[in-house]
Design a protein around this ligand. Structure first.
Ligand SMILES: [Zn+2]
Ligand SMILES: [Zn+2]
Length: 261
């Protein structure tokens, strides 16, 4: 805890290199919500989102599930319906936005070459990590983006999870490691699979390597958390290599599918 307090002071924001300020003037940064160039209301400090668009992204507010971070309907609950139905491999996790409010932005970020949204998203995730320090109890030793298969990486040209992790790292100073987890198999499209089929399919998909995993606390980074099957599969591979603790942080989180009405 002492460690977190010392290092959390650093989550205030890096200086902006002169070149990126210049780039913003020539190629204005697009707003993650409306996709229009952001008006530079803050002078040269570089706004990342329109002030009027920011409230349209809904932040996950307390009470949240203490395992997966999904919003809860009642503060009397401890776990969401999904986590009561299913045991998870990872230790715990947290997210910034509700999926329904961020879906359009996420789609363009992931499939529409809007990597520039990552600056705003990564900053939000770094702040969320500080806000949810009570949940994680310690800062991770490193951030590990959920990897894409080689084929998907070639097709898309970038891994949106890695962009998020690298932007988070600028604020938190926690190192990013992309060499400890590999997606070894191009898994079948999972859209029409049920949860257990997804889990079985994914279990074989991730492979952890390297001595650095052992005894370390790792935070997986991804864009969306829905069933947790992907995060669990990554966590399983990392725990098998001796990771001490595997948590996660995502930009958005889906709804509780087993909520009690
Ligand atoms: Zn906007
Ligand atoms: Zn949960």
């Amino acid at each position: 805890m002492e460690d977190f307090r010392d290092r959390s002071k650093e989550i205030s924001g890096p200086g902006r290199p002169a070149l990126s300020v210049l780039t913003d003037l020539v190629f204005p940064r697009r707003c993650p919500v409306c996709d229009r160039p952001v008006r530079n209301t803050e002078g040269l400090s570089g706004a990342l989102i329109c002030p009027e668009c920011e409230p349209l992204l809904h932040r996950v507010a307390a009470p949240v599930c203490r395992r997966c971070g999904k919003p809860l309907r009642s503060a009397r609950q401890d776990l969401c319906g999904d986590c009561r139905v299913r045991q998870h491999v990872y230790d715990r996790g947290s997210a910034v936005f509700t999926y329904h409010s961020a879906a359009g932005s996420l789609f363009r970020f992931k499939y529409g070459s809007r990597q520039e949204y990552g600056s705003y998203f990564g900053k939000c995730m770094a702040l969320r990590l500080r806000e949810t320090a009570w949940l994680f109890r310690e800062l991770p030793d490193f951030l590990v983006p959920v990897p894409l298969s080689d084929r998907k990486m070639r097709k898309r040209g970038y891994n949106q999870a890695e962009i998020l992790a690298r932007e988070m790292a600028r604020y938190t100073k926690i190192p990013v490691r992309t060499d400890v987890l590999r997606r070894v198999e191009d898994t079948l499209p999972m859209k029409n699979m049920d949860v257990s089929a997804r889990q079985n399919n994914l279990k074989k998909a991730f492979h952890a390597s390297g001595n650095d995993v052992e005894l370390n606390s790792i935070m997986l980074i991804d864009d969306i958390y829905t069933t947790g099957a992907t995060i669990d599969a990554c966590a399983l591979a990392l725990y098998r290599k001796g990771a001490r603790r595997v948590c996660f942080m995502t930009l958005a989180v889906g709804e509780d599918n087993h909520a009690e009405f």
